[in-house]
Write a protein that binds this ligand. Structure first.
Ligand code: CO
Length: 180
């Protein structure tokens, strides 16, 4: 399992809802947790590892033991107005910018045992939950970024696109075919 970076098409698609949480799903969630911590993330959505599933992880302090699992999450309430704050994303290495988010959200989801729960979050953690929920709907933080920040990151975004294109060409060229 590895991190999928922009502009891989899976990041732009809505992920599929899960019928439930079985051992196979739990095993993949465990792998995602290890990867998120290894990459120093505070959130990771399934599409970011190439998996079209409505699942994300979030940890306010990036610690493994504080990592929460959200399956089929839905933000049911937004409160307290909106505020700007800096965000980054494991699928956009090196890119940071200010995004406007709701100050407080209430979210409903299933946990890793398939049990429904409801949680209220505010400030930074509310921001993480909104960023990750967006991932499950194919929405990326760069599209919500303050225009000046997006402009400042334009070169890095171009480089990510060029790198992706180079990888695509490499994958389809006969030279990289392993042979028989
Ligand atoms: Co992200």
């Amino acid at each position: 399992m590895k991190i999928v970076t922009y502009p891989d098409p899976i990041l732009l698609q809505a992920a599929r809802s899960l019928d439930g949480v079985d051992d196979g799903v739990r095993a993949k969630i465990e792998e995602m947790k290890q990867l998120m911590v290894l990459e120093d993330g505070v959130g990771l959505a399934a599409p970011q590892v190439g998996w079209s599933a409505k699942i994300f992880l979030a940890s306010e302090d990036g610690l493994l033991e504080n990592t929460q699992v959200f399956v089929n999450p839905k933000i049911v309430e937004e409160r307290g107005g909106q505020e700007w704050g800096e965000e980054g994303c494991l699928s956009f290495p090196g890119i940071f910018g200010e995004v406007r988010r709701h100050v407080e959200v209430e979210i409903e989801a299933l946990d890793e045992n398939g049990q429904p729960f409801r949680q209220v979050a505010e400030g930074f953690f509310a921001r993480v939950l909104q960023h990750e929920t967006d991932h499950l709907n194919g929405r990326l933080f760069v599209t919500k970024m303050r225009p000046a920040d997006r402009a400042a990151n334009r070169k890095l975004l171009d480089e990510l696109r060029e790198r992706h294109e180079a990888r695509q060409n490499e994958a389809s060229s006969p030279g990289s075919w392993p042979g028989a």
